[in-house]
Design a protein around this ligand. Structure first.
Ligand code: ASP
Length: 441
């Protein structure tokens, strides 16, 4: 007879489940903190614990962006073999971005025109919001005035930098993408012992960066909880109630695009199991939701697509930095809803021509939206001004924007991820087989 104790069964919790738990726990604590209101204990906890924890996570992710994008794009271009190949990928991506962003704007436009939440809002509420956000509105108005010139002719000097180091310090993605493609092509055309060695060097930098992202993501369950506490504790729940139908419309739009458009694309175009996609993409979704920054999420998106979906590095390194910079479906949808919501409040009639201009303007200007929290607001204001919608009206949406920003960032990064998978599909990568072969942690 043996009296050996029965072995305890070890419960394995996947990292992405842990992150999800972190998100929910953080949201609950954040809500409790919100109800509790400002007081010395709460403020000390937030100021000394949750704020630095969230910031450290964000900074660490940002830290890897420049080396990761620069090095991986150089090796990516070298692995693609030719500039023509890169050009073909560029066209396909552009068409995909355009189609999905247009779908997003149309969903937003349809919902806001059908439900018309702006008609039930009194001007007093707008005045009150203007009082609360007067300083912010005037700063944003100044910023919005530069939006158009930064698109054209500004975009030329944004893409072709005078000093790449300076642009790297500002994480100017378009300039980094352009320069790394240039170096990648140059190394490819040199094709000698030294250039091959240089490509190997950049490959090692890429691998090291992806490794670092893996380490950072190990801390994600705690960091995401901290970020959620910081965000939810400052939500304006009372103003949320007053513009509840507007919030409902925006979120319904996100959900329709997320579960509608993307599901159709995944099922019928990319042809991979939809649930498996959502399971494997979880770390990206949670990071985007808690940071409200598609740019900070970029390293996680790149790592997840390579590690969980087996998308080749050459495709990931090209499509994700580009997507995080110019492809923002959630933002486009939000901008359409917010602009028309404010127009409804002020009784501004937008003609059919105006509606077309809105779609065009939003698609065009979303290129200039920075992938940071609230990055779209100045751009939205610039579009509103063009259409004759009072820009001061922005105050009414500012109070609830933190929540909506989380949702649109999540949609933005999902759009980028599906675009990379679409590209992989067009390059005949067997994604179905990859999903069978790759076991995720
Ligand atoms: N927060 C968004 C992002 O990073 C940008 C925005 O719509 O404000 O993707």
């Amino acid at each position: 007879m043996t009296n050996a104790k029965p072995k305890k069964r070890k419960i394995v919790v996947h990292v992405s489940t842990k992150i999800l738990i972190g998100l929910v726990v953080g949201a609950i604590i954040g809500y409790a903190f919100n109800v509790w209101g400002p007081n010395p204990v709460r403020d000390a906890i937030m100021g000394n614990i949750t704020k630095p924890m969230g910031d450290a996570f964000l900074q660490a992710l940002r830290l890897v962006i420049v080396p990761l994008v620069f090095a991986s794009l150089i090796t990516g271009v070298a692995n693609l073999g030719s500039v023509e190949h890169l050009g073909r990928l560029g066209w396909r991506l552009g068409a995909y971005y355009l189609a999905t962003t247009m779908a997003a704007v149309l969903i937003g436009q349809f919902l806001i025109q059908t439900i018309k939440p702006g008609e039930g809002i009194s001007k007093d509420l707008v005045m009150q919001a203007q009082g609360n956000f007067s300083e912010k509105v005037s700063t944003l108005t100044d910023k919005s005035k530069n939006v158009k010139s930064s698109l054209w002719p500004g975009i030329v000097t944004t893409i072709i930098p005078r000093n790449i180091v300076k642009e790297m310090s500002k994480s100017n993605m378009l300039a980094i993408i352009f320069t790394s493609i240039l170096f990648g092509v140059a190394l490819l055309s040199l094709n000698n012992k030294d250039s091959i060695m240089a490509i190997h060097f950049f490959q090692a930098v890429t691998d090291a960066s992806i490794k670092i992202v893996g380490w950072i993501m190990k801390t994600a369950p705690y960091a995401v909880a901290a970020l959620m506490i910081n965000a939810v504790s400052s939500f304006g729940f009372d103003i949320m109630q007053k513009v509840g139908i507007y919030i409902f419309v925006v979120i319904a739009g996100y959900l329709l695009h997320f579960f509608g458009t993307y599901t159709l694309i995944l099922k019928y175009v990319i042809k991979i199991p939809v649930l498996e996609f959502y399971k494997r993409i979880r770390p990206v979704l949670v990071t985007a939701f808690s940071t409200s920054s598609s740019s900070a999420t970029m390293p996680t998106t790149m790592r997840t697509l390579e590690k969980n979906f087996g998308v080749p590095e050459s495709l990931v390194s090209f499509s994700i930095p580009l997507g995080a910079t110019v492809n923002m479906d959630g933002t486009a949808l939000f901008e359409a809803v917010a602009a028309l919501f404010i127009a409804q409040i002020f009784g501004v009639e937008i003609s059919l021509m105006g509606q077309f201009s809105l779609v065009f303007l939003i698609i065009l200007t979303s290129i200039g939206v920075a992938g940071v929290p609230g990055g779209s607001i100045p751009v939205l204001m610039s579009a509103m001004a063009t259409l004759g919608i009072p820009v001061e009206g922005i105050a009414i949406v500012l109070g609830v924007d933190r929540l909506l920003d989380m949702g649109r960032t999540l949609v933005n990064v999902t759009g980028d991820a599906t675009a990379a998978l679409f590209l992989a599909k067009t390059e005949n990568i067997d994604l179905q087989q990859n999903l069978k072969d790759i076991v995720i942690d």
